[in-house]
Design a protein around this ligand. Structure first.
Ligand SMILES: [Zn+2]
Length: 419
């Protein structure tokens, strides 16, 4: 048969998305259908059981590893060749949607089912994985399962992580829900390649009217918490020249980091997301302000440049206003660049299928960035309606689901048939 003409069955894919979405379903007042399946809860177990059942139905060889990552393998014709892997996660945040993560896993199963129904064999095995605790909503860090899978964190350390909500130990919760598997983790060998289908979780594709995002990498993240301390004073009696006002400094920093991002242009973004005044009263110059600055860039060198400019801004303002500024790093991840040939392959495949494409970095973290440490990796993005994600109103149109899963099918097919 003509493999290039092979397409997935989007109704079957939507059927599985809906069925999985019923587990931990959260219904909104305006008909929204979201999901709450925090990692290693009973709901997560029920979701895992459903997906593992589907893997068995499709004849996959299912492996559960020591951190609870699940990999279903469809055999290839040459057992000596490493598998091509796809997948994502099925845990969600408390106010999650039905597509984030789930699409990548169920899209992978849909590819397998399409191959099965058409009797298509491949040289290499095809593996569909879901990784434990991608969201980090209950156990930090996020992307924990894939991080351990690639050897970026020791199994022992990961099993000892405590839940942010109830203090439960990750290893105990894993055993409780029956997913402390026998397969060693980190994995003994790397896949031939990894491709992850995911919703964009942002507004760019919809805004540009583009169907397929060709993901070039994942942004680096630098989070800083600032504590600015000045002198509390009467708002009426203290002349401007005698003030040491942390509120004013916080405003200058807010405007300043935006100016840095605008001057640097490119992919640099800067956000002040949290700002707390003490004592927060109308007629008092504040004594202290706590705030956060989130800087991101796809280029490590440029991210460091933004960090330096931000640091000098703080030093200058502290000296000018006579306040002290304490800086504390909350998170720091270097950017990840995906494999150039894998990026080209996703782009060429999407274009061959007649879809509009644009290259873009991912603003959010994904399991693919961990897999990129051990094998050639790339991602396929599809649009998120209104740019919403981590929100029960999260939605992706059926036509876009079809497009994304078809690109995944064709990319996996090509990879699975190469030597
Ligand atoms: Zn996700």
């Amino acid at each position: 048969m003509d493999l290039d003409a092979l397409r997935i069955d989007v109704d079957r894919l939507v059927g599985r998305l809906d069925a999985l979405g019923e587990i931990g379903a959260v219904h909104g007042p305006n008909g929204e259908r979201g999901c709450a399946r925090l990692a290693l809860t009973d709901a997560d177990r029920d979701g895992r059981d459903l997906v593992v059942g589907w893997m068995h139905d499709l004849g996959l060889d299912v492996h559960v590893d020591a951190i609870g990552n699940v990999v279903g393998v469809r055999a290839g014709d040459d057992p000596t060749l490493a598998p091509v892997m796809t997948g994502s996660h099925i845990d969600t945040v408390r106010t999650g949607g039905r597509f984030d993560g789930n699409l990548g896993v169920l899209g992978g199963l849909e590819v397998v089912e399409t191959l099965e129904r058409h009797g298509v064999r491949t040289r290499r095995p095809i593996a569909v994985a879901f990784f434990t605790d991608e969201e980090g909503a209950r156990f930090q860090p996020d992307m924990l399962g894939s991080l351990v899978y690639v050897g970026g964190m020791s199994l022992e350390e990961a099993l000892d992580v405590r839940a942010a909500d109830d203090g439960a130990r990750l290893g105990d919760e894993l055993a409780r829900i029956g997913y402390a598997g026998p397969v060693p983790c980190p994995a003994a060998s790397a896949p031939h390649a990894f491709v992850e289908l995911h919703i964009e979780q942002g507004p760019v594709l919809e805004d540009e009217g583009v169907t397929i995002g060709v993901v070039t990498g994942v942004q680096g993240i630098s989070w800083t918490e600032l504590t600015i301390t000045g002198q509390s004073a009467h708002a009426g009696t203290t002349p401007m020249r005698l003030r040491r006002d942390p509120g004013y400094v916080a405003a200058e920093i807010t405007a300043g980091v935006r100016a840095i991002a605008r001057q640097m242009a490119g992919t640099q973004v800067a956000t002040v997301g949290r700002l707390e005044y003490v004592p927060n009263l109308v007629n008092v110059v504040p004594s202290r302000v706590t705030m956060t600055v989130d800087l991101r860039n796809t280029d490590e060198h440029l991210l460091q440049q933004a960090e330096h400019r931000f640091a000098s801004l703080c030093e200058r303002l502290a000296a000018d206003e006579g306040v002290t500024i304490e800086r504390r790093t909350l998170a720091r991840f270097e950017p990840v660049e995906f494999d150039a040939r894998m990026i080209d392959r996703v782009e060429a495949t999407a274009q061959r299928l007649g879809h509009s494409t644009m290259r873009m970095p991912s603003g959010a973290g994904h399991d693919a960035q961990m897999l990129a440490r051990v094998c050639p990796t790339s991602m396929i993005f599809v649009p998120s309606a209104n740019g919403l994600s981590h929100n029960i109103a999260e939605h992706t149109d059926t036509a876009d689901l079809q497009a994304g899963a078809d690109v995944l099918l064709q990319v996996l097919l090509a990879l699975a048939n190469e030597g």
